[in-house]
Design a binder for this molecule. Structure first.
Ligand code: HEC
Ligand code: HEC
Ligand code: HEC
Ligand code: HEC
Ligand code: HEC
Ligand code: HEC
Length: 440
């Protein structure tokens, strides 16, 4: 009997070695897949970049870069609406390439000509103004269109999504990072399960091996205690086993460290914060359904640092007559009668050490409110959609071209920059990464 049990123990420790091997290889895989993911986000053209021949000779590869840098914050290549409509099949529904060239370079000019299609799209999208891209050539735009066309083909993204983004050449920007994230997640989950199994097995092995070996005492006699008794000693020994203890301690440390790091990064970040406001004011109703311009209430956006929250008398322009009887509107009246401001709860708030200016971004930079705040006009209650971290600011400054059109201030800078580089002038090039620009 004792031989048999020893055999079992022996086999189990073989299995245990196998487990260790699997855990180690999983660890390797996780780290290498993370390196790959970083490569894909950090450096130039990701490995998944396309080699497929582009329609009509337009450069879809370059189009992809242009799209990612200029359009992706507002458009998806699918049907999905972001700020602007999803661009899948856009060439067939718009009046044609010429129209698209003009539209993308300066959409408001096309709208101003009274062009029926342009006005229809503009109105259908809540009159949100698309940014202008005067620096894009016809070839650039054709490249973007080729890229959109190519990524709209369903096979490409479907294959990429199931193959873990490894092989297919036409993966889109989002699917290139998507599957590798999922892949990492699955690997990590497997790793944790294997570690747990390993711990349990190790405990069993220790307990059993103690239980089947008769305990020899120092004077050479063999203590023939019962199997149950030996099992008991085995168990207490298992808890004293240094390997087992260190595995448990390491697991514990790993979890605590991860939680601490996540927690530390989260300090002061209010993404997703959507407090209840003292009056049930709705942007969805006012800015969405009634299409009241953001400027009408946030009068500072084009002029100064702060967008400003409207005073009660701006509400009274309308609510002096509209829906006076509503208890919510009565709260506005009460505030005015008592000469007390309405105590709106602040949603976005940078720490004092950082300087952010609305006019610079909205008026000079021509950045749409939605790029930073999300689709406010669809929110019943305002929610912070961006993290407002330093990384978020810097990231956009690296990606975004300066809106230099009709701005004499930039003429010299542009000329200088052209001499040094072929890349378009980015915010990063005009000092958008300098500490002192954002920190007092
Ligand atoms: C700041 C957000 C924003 C950016 C950046 C942006 N767009 Fe748009 N785009 C819109 C909005 C909003 C509309 C809908 C029309 C409107 O409201 O003016 C639109 C409409 C369009 C349309 C017409 C769509 C249709 O269904 O007819 C095309 C084409 C288009 N954009 C292409 C582009 C391209 C190409 C780029 C990048 C070079 C780009 N857009 C960058 C916001 C944006
Ligand atoms: C009729 C007036 C009105 C209009 C129009 C309006 N807002 Fe507001 N907005 C308010 C009021 C009042 C608050 C404060 C209460 C709240 O947070 O809901 C506010 C809050 C906000 C906040 C959050 C401020 C904070 O505390 O951080 C943002 C962002 C915002 N508005 C953006 C917009 C954008 C973008 C538009 C245009 C699409 C817009 N608003 C149109 C009245 C208006
Ligand atoms: C340009 C006109 C206009 C302005 C300015 C305006 N509102 Fe309104 N508001 C409306 C309209 C129109 C309705 C819808 C009335 C209805 O449902 O019959 C409305 C509805 C509301 C309601 C819902 C009332 C209810 O019981 O259904 C609230 C609350 C409200 N507004 C608050 C505000 C506040 C607070 C401000 C100032 C920050 C403001 N409004 C500024 C036009 C305006
Ligand atoms: C480039 C990004 C960006 C754009 C574009 C932008 N905002 Fe903001 N917004 C911010 C940041 C960052 C804050 C927090 C500012 C602070 O705490 O000092 C903020 C705060 C606000 C607030 C709270 C009050 C204040 O001024 O601090 C309102 C209201 C607001 N934004 C409305 C708007 C509207 C309306 C537009 C479009 C006309 C707009 N924002 C465009 C980034 C942006
Ligand atoms: C969506 C893109 C975007 C985001 C997000 C953004 N910015 Fe900017 N920022 C711009 C653009 C575009 C300009 C260039 C405006 C111009 O032409 O002067 C700019 C310019 C600036 C400048 C002036 C730089 C200079 O050298 O003139 C400062 C300061 C600045 N941003 C601060 C911030 C801060 C702080 C944040 C984060 C809280 C932020 N920005 C987030 C797009 C962005
Ligand atoms: C484009 C604007 C911008 C630039 C450029 C910038 N910062 Fe920041 N920085 C911010 C914002 C916004 C915050 C607040 C972030 C938050 O609350 O999470 C911040 C926070 C910080 C903090 C506080 C720590 C923290 O994470 O809250 C330090 C320290 C800092 N920045 C140092 C620097 C240094 C050093 C440079 C130059 C190499 C620099 N920053 C350049 C926008 C900027």
């Amino acid at each position: 009997m004792s031989i048999n049990s020893k055999n079992i123990v022996h086999k189990m420790s073989g299995f245990y070695k196998l487990c260790v091997a699997i855990v180690l290889s999983l660890l390797l895989l996780v780290s290498s897949s993370q390196v790959k993911a970083q490569d894909a986000t950090a450096g130039g053209a990701p490995a998944a970049a396309s080699t497929a021949p582009a329609a009509g000779g337009a450069d879809a590869e370059k189009g992809k870069t242009l799209f990612t840098n200029n359009c992706a914050q507002c458009h998806a290549v699918t049907d999905e609406k972001v700020v602007g409509p999803g661009l899948k099949g856009v060439e067939t529904r718009t009046p044609g390439k010429d129209w698209l060239h003009k539209w993308i370079r300066n959409s408001s000019a096309v709208i101003a000509t009274g062009d029926a299609y342009a006005n229809q799209v503009f109105n259908a999208n809540g009159k949100v103004q698309m940014s202008s891209f005067p620096s894009l050539s016809d070839a650039d735009i054709d490249g973007i269109l080729a890229y959109i066309d190519q990524s709209g083909k369903p096979v490409a993204s479907a294959v990429a999504a199931t193959s873990g983004g490894t092989s297919d050449g036409t993966a889109t920007a989002s699917s290139a990072s998507g599957p590798s994230e999922l892949f990492t997640f699955v690997l990590v989950a497997l790793l944790v399960v294997m570690l747990l199994v390993l711990g349990v097995l190790l405990t069993i092995v220790t307990i059993l091996s103690k239980a089947v070996t008769p305990i020899a005492t120092t004077d050479g006699t063999v203590v023939t205690s019962s199997f149950g008794q030996r099992l008991k000693t085995g168990m207490s020994d298992a808890f004293n086993n240094p390997t087992l203890r260190s595995i448990v301690i390491w697991l514990f440390l790993l979890v605590v460290t991860k939680a601490t790091i996540d927690g530390a990064y989260g300090v002061g970040i209010q993404q997703g914060y959507a407090p209840k406001q003292p009056i049930a004011y709705s942007h969805k109703l006012h800015a969405g359904q009634y299409k009241i311009d953001c400027n009408y209430c946030h009068t500072g956006v084009n002029k100064g640092k702060s967008a400003t929250i409207p005073a009660a008398n701006i509400c009274m322009n309308c609510h002096g007559v509209i829906k006076k009887e509503s208890p919510e509107i009565q709260k506005i009246y009460a505030a005015i009668e008592n000469n007390q401001p309405i105590e709106w709860v602040r949603v976005h708030n940078l720490p004092d050490l950082a300087y952010f200016n609305h006019a610079q971004h909205v008026n000079v930079g021509n950045v749409a409110c939605q790029t930073c705040h999300g689709e406010i006009e669809k929110m019943e209650v305002v929610e912070a959609r961006s993290s407002l971290t330093m990384g978020w600011c810097i990231d956009c400054h690296r990606r975004t071209e300066v809106n230099t059109k009709d701005n004499a201030y930039y003429d010299k800078l542009v000329a200088l920059h052209r001499k040094e580089s072929k890349e378009p002038l980015k915010v990063a090039n005009i000092g958008g990464l300098e500490c002192s620009k954002c920190h007092y």
